[in-house]
Design a protein. Structure first.
Lengths: 337, 273
C-alpha cells in the first residue's frame, strides 16, 4: 500500500444474515459488494448514494465497528479487521441525525471526556474545545447540560467531538442530516476550514445531498445497493453527461403519463419523475435539444401542461440517474430491499 | 474517566437531596421488608442465629446487583440510551477496562447502601455485631476479592449483553436474581433440593457471602451446616480459585462476544430504548 493512501479497500464485502420466522430460511442482505476504493491523504472524499445504499455500512467497517465478510480495508495503513487497535487512535467518526452524548454532562464535560480517551492533555483539550465551539457558534452554551440543547446544537457538539481529537482520518456520516439551512452552511464551512488547516488531514463524508457532495468533495464515489458505480472528481463525473441536453420541466398532473412513455421517445435517453404539490417535476436527458418538440407534443397528447421549463447543466443527481436509471428519491422509494 | 462518568450518571439523575434520600431509604426499606417477613415466619425470634445470617447475607448481596449488573448495564446504557457505545468502541481505549470503570460508581453507591443497611440493622433491627470480635483482615480481604470477582462476572454479562439485541436489560437482573437463590444469601444451601445444591457450591458468591458473615459474626454463622466443615482459610482458598476461574472465563467470553458483536453488527444496534 502506498504511504500516501489514507483509505484503501480491496473487494470489500459485507453480507448481513437476516432472521426471518422459524419456517423461513435465513435471508441474506448484501450491504457491500466488491468495493474497491483508494482515498489519498489530504482528500475530502464523498460517498454519495440513497438511503440504504451501503454508505453507513462502509463507514462502520472502516471505523472497526463491523467486520467485513470478504475482502479487506486499510485505514492509515492499518487493516481495520486485524489491527483495529492501531486504527482507532488515528480516526474519529461523527454520525449525523442522532442526538448521542451524555445528557447529564455539560457540553464541555462531554467533549473533555472524549478528549481524555484519546490522550489529549487536559489543558490542550480545553483550549481546543473552546476554539472549536467558537467556530461552530456553541461557545456560549459550553456549560449547558447537553440534554438542554436542541437537536441541532447537540449535533454540532458531536461534530466538535469528532474534530477535537485531530484524527488523521475523519469519517462524517451524513453530518448535516436534520440540520437547518444555516447550521448546514456553518458545518460545511467548518469542514473546509478544518481541512485547509492541515494538508495531511483526510475526511470521508457520506451524504445523500448532491449539492453537499458537489460543494465539498474533491472526489466522489457513487454507491448504490452496496456497489460503487463510479468514482471520480465531480466535474469529471458530470462531463460524461455533457453530450446530452438536460431539461427540468415543471408540469401539471401527469394524467397517466409515465416514465416509460418518456423513455419510449427515441431521443430521450434518461427520464426521472418526481411528484410535486401542483403536478410533477421531470428531469429529462435528450440526445439533442430539438427532441424537446417531440416531448412537448407527447405532453399535449396527454393533456399535460408545461408550467416551467429550464435547460440546465448536469449535476451529480443526473450522473446518478445515468448510472442507475432512476433518481435517488425513486431509488430510495423502490429500489431498496 | 469511566468511573467519573459512571458516578455522574449515578448521582446526577436527580437533585442531591432526593439522591441522598433515595440512597438511604431504598436499602433500609429492602431490609425492613426482609426483617418483617422474618419476624412473621420466625414468630419474632430475632435471637436466632438465622437472623444475622439472613440479614448480613441480604445486605452484602446488594453488591452483587450493584457491581455485577453495574458493569453489564453500561453496555445497555451507552448503546441504547446515550448512543455513545460506538464512539467508545472507536476510541483508543480498552473496552473491558472502560466497562469495569463504569461499574466503580455502582460499587460506591452499593457500598453506601450496604453500610446503611448494616448500620440500620445494628441500630434499629436487633442485628448484633460485636466489633471487638470482628476479623477485619478477613473481612476486607474477602470484600476486595469478592468485588473484583463480581466485576469480572459483570464483564461476562456485558459480553452476553453485547450480543443480544433485545431484552438485554434483563440479563443482569435475571442473573443477580438467580444467584440470590443459589448463593445462600438468605437461606443455607441445604434448604435447596439436593440436585440443585451443586449449582450453589459452584458459585463463588456462596463462599464470599459465607466468609463475610463469618468475619463479622464469627461462630454464629459457622453454626450453619452448609460450609460448617470448612475453615475460613479453606473457604478463602475456594473463593480465590473460583474467582480466578470465573474471571478467566469472563475475559474469554467477553472477547468472544465482542468479536461476535462486531461480526453481527450489534455494537451500535439500538431498539428504540
Amino acid at each position: 500500500m502506498s504511504a500516501s493512501l489514507a483509505i484503501e479497500t480491496k473487494d470489500l464485502g459485507r453480507i448481513y444474515k437476516l432472521r426471518g420466522s422459524k419456517k423461513e430460511t435465513r435471508k441474506e442482505l448484501v450491504a457491500l459488494e466488491g468495493v474497491n476504493l483508494t482515498v489519498e491523504r489530504g482528500e475530502l472524499f464523498g460517498l454519495l448514494g440513497p438511503n440504504g445504499a451501503g454508505k453507513t455500512t462502509l463507514i462502520k467497517v472502516l471505523t472497526t465497528l463491523l467486520a467485513p465478510t470478504s475482502g479487506w480495508a486499510r485505514v492509515a495503513g492499518k487493516d481495520v479487521h486485524t489491527e483495529p487497535d492501531l486504527v482507532r487512535p488515528r480516526i474519529n467518526m461523527v454520525s449525523g441525525g442522532e442526538s448521542s452524548g451524555y445528557g447529564l454532562l455539560t457540553v464541555r464535560e462531554n467533549l473533555w471526556m472524549f478528549s481524555q480517551f484519546y490522550g489529549v492533555p487536559s489543558k490542550e483539550a480545553n483550549e481546543r474545545i473552546e476554539a472549536l465551539l467558537e467556530m461552530v457558534g456553541l461557545k456560549d452554551r459550553m456549560n449547558t447540560k447537553s440534554s438542554d440543547l436542541s437537536t441541532g446544537l447537540r449535533q454540532k457538539m458531536n461534530i466538535v467531538r469528532g474534530f477535537l481529537t485531530e484524527p488523521e482520518v475523519l469519517f462524517l456520516d451524513e453530518p448535516t442530516l436534520g440540520l437547518d439551512v444555516g447550521a448546514m452552511r456553518d458545518v460545511r464551512k467548518f469542514i473546509l476550514d478544518w481541512l485547509k488547516a492541515d494538508k495531511e488531514r483526510t475526511l470521508l463524508l457520506t451524504t445523500h445531498y448532491m449539492a453537499e457532495a458537489e460543494e465539498l468533495c474533491d472526489r466522489v464515489a457513487i454507491i448504490n445497493k452496496g456497489r460503487v458505480l463510479a468514482c471520480d472528481k465531480p466535474s469529471v463525473l458530470k462531463q460524461r453527461l455533457q453530450k446530452d441536453a438536460l431539461f427540468e420541466i415543471q408540469v401539471s398532473p401527469l394524467n397517466g403519463l409515465t416514465q416509460q412513455n418518456l423513455l419510449d421517445q427515441p431521443e430521450v435517453t434518461k427520464a426521472a419523475i418526481s411528484e410535486t404539490e401542483t403536478g410533477a417535476k421531470l428531469s429529462l436527458s435528450l440526445v439533442e435539444e430539438s427532441a424537446l418538440a417531440r416531448v412537448i407534443n407527447l405532453f399535449t397528447q396527454k393533456d399535460v401542461k408545461v408550467m416551467n421549463l429550464t435547460k440546465r447543466e448536469p449535476t451529480l443527481e443526473d450522473v446518478f440517474v445515468d448510472l442507475v436509471g432512476r433518481s435517488m428519491a425513486e431509488e430510495e422509494e423502490h429500489g431498496q430491499p | 474517566m469511566a468511573a467519573w462518568l459512571g458516578w455522574v450518571i449515578e448521582s446526577n439523575w436527580t437533585d442531591p437531596f432526593l439522591f441522598a434520600v433515595y440512597s438511604i431509604v431504598k436499602p433500609i426499606s429492602g431490609a425492613a421488608i426482609l426483617v418483617i417477613m422474618y419476624g412473621i415466619i420466625s414468630q419474632g425470634n430475632y435471637e436466632s442465629a438465622l437472623f444475622p445470617y439472613i440479614y448480613l447475607g441480604n445486605a452484602f448481596y446488594i453488591y452483587v446487583g450493584a457491581v455485577m449488573t453495574g458493569v453489564s448495564w453500561a453496555v445497555v446504557d451507552d448503546r441504547e440510551h446515550y448512543k455513545t457505545l460506538k464512539y467508545m468502541y472507536i476510541a483508543p481505549i480498552y473496552i473491558p477496562l472502560y466497562l469495569l470503570g463504569r461499574g466503580v460508581a455502582r460499587f460506591i453507591t452499593g457500598s453506601i447502601a450496604v453500610f446503611i443497611t448494616i448500620a440500620a440493622g445494628i441500630l434499629f433491627l436487633n442485628v448484633k455485631i460485636n466489633f471487638a470480635e470482628v476479623d477485619w483482615l478477613l473481612f476486607f480481604v474477602t470484600l476486595i476479592v469478592g468485588v473484583v470477582m463480581l466485576a469480572l462476572l459483570g464483564l461476562l454479562l456485558a459480553g452476553i449483553t453485547l450480543t443480544v439485541a433485545r431484552h438485554e436489560g434483563f440479563i443482569g437482573e435475571a442473573t443477580a436474581g438467580a444467584l440470590y437463590i443459589f448463593s445462600g444469601a438468605i437461606f443455607p444451601l441445604d434448604v435447596l433440593p439436593e440436585w440443585l445444591r451443586p449449582v450453589g457450591y459452584f458459585m463463588p458468591t456462596t463462599y464470599w457471602l459465607e466468609l463475610l458473615r463469618r468475619s463479622l459474626v464469627g461462630n454464629v454463622a459457622q453454626a450453619f451446616p452448609t460450609l460448617a466443615n470448612f475453615s475460613n482459610m479453606e473457604i478463602l482458598g475456594v473463593l480465590l480459585a473460583l474467582s480466578v476461574f470465573f474471571g478467566t472465563v469472563s475475559i474469554y467470553v467477553f472477547r468472544w462476544c465482542d468479536a461476535r458483536a462486531r461480526e453481527l453488527g450489534l455494537i451500535d444496534r439500538t431498539t428504540n430504548y
